[in-house]
Design a protein around this ligand. Structure first.
Ligand code: FE
Ligand code: FE
Ligand code: MG
Length: 168
């Protein structure tokens, strides 16, 4: 850890590490939700949805990596025990027990909307106080906004397709 790098953080570093570990837990759960969703999903437009879910899983894992690096930089330790993810998560975990494509998309849209709100709050919290964390959070937020948009576009395409076939 760099002492000056930490000294310029204009907020309680211990508290910040705790908040970053909550987001870190979210990212692992989001990663797994996408990853397992891509394995089990069934229904029309399956191939396009699987490609999107896999891409998002990769992004969530990268977010976890970015947060872990920042936590370590601040002198903290990223959550080492997966059981803790469930205790610390902001957005929770939705198991894709209904593998129908619409149900999986709906769960992941909900997850992204929670992620957007979480990172918006973190952005506000770090604004003018910790530019390095702020920048990382901003990059992640940009991805989460894109994720929501991608999933809602898939949902629209799917609904159009189902309408053509007179199905729900
Ligand atoms: Fe993420
Ligand atoms: Fe996301
Ligand atoms: Mg995408």
């Amino acid at each position: 850890m760099g002492t000056k790098g930490i000294a310029i953080v204009d907020m309680d570093v211990g508290k910040l590490i705790g908040i970053l570990n909550k987001a870190f837990s979210d990212e692992w759960l989001a990663y797994y939700q996408y990853w397992i969703g891509a394995k089990v999903v069934k229904g029309p437009m399956k191939e396009a949805v699987i490609a999107e879910l896999i891409q998002h899983a990769t992004d969530e894992l990268r977010h976890a990596d970015m947060l872990a690096n920042r936590i370590i930089q601040l002198g903290g330790t990223p959550v080492t025990e997966p059981k803790e993810w469930y205790k610390l998560t902001n957005c929770g975990y939705d198991a894709p027990n209904d593998p129908y494509v619409k149900a999986v998309l709906k769960q992941n849209i909900k997850g992204e909307q929670c992620a957007i709100m979480t990172y918006k709050k973190l952005l506000k919290l770090t604004e003018g106080k910790d530019p390095v964390t702020y920048n990382i959070v901003l990059q992640i937020l940009q991805d989460e906004v894109e994720h929501e948009e991608d999933l809602q576009a898939e949902m629209e395409d799917l609904e159009d397709l189902l309408k053509v076939h007179g199905r729900k």
